[in-house]
Design a protein around this ligand. Structure first.
Ligand code: PDD
Length: 302
């Protein structure tokens, strides 16, 4: 047998039918009748932790709770319960900067579409090293392609049923692009695993928070940062032509933070270089991380 890698040895958290354990990734098992496996019947969160302090954890836990409510799964833990388990997972990892993955599925039951009665949710959590975009990606910007958004109409739920997003991500990869930016009825929605930001004439534009997009935790954060540093933000429907003629485009997500886009469908965005609004927001984002770390070390993560 090949040697077990460090990743396989990493401790993960698993709770099946109410029985909780920390176990090495290579030994974690779920029953094949788990509804997450059979139906994609579950929700998830992805939380970055900087220097072991989870960033915007309260907001991530609030979104998890909204996703669970939306699909009728009772939240298995209260806020403190989640925080304690996440802290345990983070403490057990050798990495300072981590990406915590949490998933809750409806649980294990005989296969039948409607909700089974009397089952307990399955909870899985793991942490991996946080890999941020490279300096070259920040300096030069990244490439995106576009597609019609053909996903379902509850994109506000952070569902593990990600086939639509997987196909969009594969479309990006097949075109040597970082992301596929999507449009529904001619208006911008989001990208396969990021929110999209548009800059025109110094104003920042974002599509409305509705059922057509996931409200990224960075969506709220960037809105706050824009206000803090005096960048006007307009939340409204954004037509495809406005995206194509933008001065700047940006992506945001837990793993991308804020990333400039300089090529869309083989054409330059603005002058083809990352712009001033991106630079200001990126700097403000780095400050917010430092503040979160400072607050977190006083036992008060934000
Ligand atoms: N994805 N929209 C979609 C479809 C996403 O999958 C994500 C994040 C976002 C940005 O949300 P946030 O700012 O909370 O990361 C928007 C995560 C990182 C993922 O699935 O891995």
């Amino acid at each position: 047998m090949a040697d077990v890698t460090a990743e396989e040895e990493a401790q993960v958290f698993l709770s099946v039918a109410g029985s909780e354990a920390m176990t090495p990734l290579s030994q974690a098992r779920i029953p094949v009748l788990d509804r997450g496996f059979i139906f994609g019947d579950g929700v998830y969160e992805v939380v970055p932790a900087y220097r072991r302090v989870p960033f915007r954890l309260n907001q991530h836990l609030a979104r998890l709770s909204r996703s669970l409510n939306a699909i009728g799964i009772v939240n298995p833990y209260d806020i403190d319960g989640w925080k304690a388990r996440i802290a345990q997972l983070i403490a057990g990892s050798a990495n300072d900067d981590q990406l915590v993955y949490m998933q809750v599925t409806r649980g294990v039951a005989k296969r039948a579409h409607a909700f089974p009665l009397g089952i307990q949710p399955t909870v899985f959590m793991m942490t991996n090293p946080l890999v941020l975009p490279s300096a070259a990606q920040h300096a030069g910007g990244v490439v995106v392609v576009t597609a019609i958004d053909n996903r379902w109409l509850r994109c506000d739920i952070k569902s593990v049923s990600l086939l639509g997003n997987v196909l969009m991500a594969e479309n990006a990869a097949a075109n040597d692009a970082t992301e596929t930016v999507m449009f529904r009825d001619g208006f911008l929605t989001e990208a396969s695993s990021s929110n999209v930001w548009v800059v025109k004439g110094g104003t920042l534009y974002a599509p409305p928070k509705d059922e057509k997009i996931l409200e990224g935790i960075r969506y709220g954060l960037i809105a706050e940062l824009a206000q803090r540093i005096g960048i006007a933000l307009s939340v409204r429907k954004i037509a495809r032509e406005e995206v194509e003629s933008a001065d700047e485009l940006m992506l945001s997500s837990a793993t991308k933070e804020i990333l400039p886009v300089t090529i869309i469908d083989k054409k330059k965005v603005g002058d083809g270089k990352p712009g001033p609004v991106y630079r200001k927001l990126f700097a403000a984002y780095q400050e917010a991380k430092a503040e979160s770390f400072a607050a977190g070390t006083q036992g008060n993560p934000r």
